[in-house]
Design a protein around this ligand. Sequence first.
Ligand code: 9D3
Length: 239
Amino acid sequence: MTGTASTAPWKATVLTLFEEMFPGPLGLSLAGQGLNDGIWALETVDIRGFASDKHRTVDDTPFGGGPGMVMRADVIDAAIERLKAEKPESPLIYLSPRGRPLDQKRVRELAAGPGLGLLCGRYEGVDERVLEVHEIEEVSLGDFVLSGGEPAAIALIDACVRLLPGIMGSQSSGEEESFERGLLEYPHYTRPQEWQGKKVPEVLLSGHHERIRDWRRSQAEEMTRKRRPDLWGRYETKN
Ligand code: 9D3
């Protein structure tokens, strides 16, 4: 072989019925610049392209009855086979409200790998058998209801991409992120120094870096204790 050695960029391949939703916000700002610079790559695959009948059916009624439709195992399987042929090393994730809640630890692991294969569901979800056969990891964004997996896929990709080497700010943001320390962020202020009668806390104007650090720490702790008792409990246990 000749020429410059180069490794393939981190790549997200998204199986979806709504390709038009991509890149969406991923085409703008930090993620969009990284996409243009070739730091990461995005491919969407239309699930409907793997339907085998003339009406290109991807869903059917649930066995056992009940509301809504279920995405067919054979159609999803064909789409996944295509994905596995191209990027066999990438973890396969199904965005699903019954998945394990995403956290920053998993995001860091996924950003450190070769990329992601993402399956976006619509309707009630996909036939359980195809999830079992491919040992697909199920990931949720939290306990609220979206209309489909696509907005969740966009959020997951965004969280990974901002950590990639070469993305502006990935160095500093990778390290001292509030979630890494287990606390919410302290409050921020900028000019004007007084606004609608509200003054910026005196300590921040003092120039005493140690006092500022202590104040921010105590604010972060107070905020976490009040708003996120779950995080606070774990933080207290660790410290
Ligand atoms: C109306 C159907 N729901 C029964 C209570 C089940 C349901 C199926 C599919 C609810 C939502 C969805 C679509 N959601 C996602 O695909 C999804 C999701 C979410 O809704 N919340 C948080 N994380 C995610 S990741 C994918």
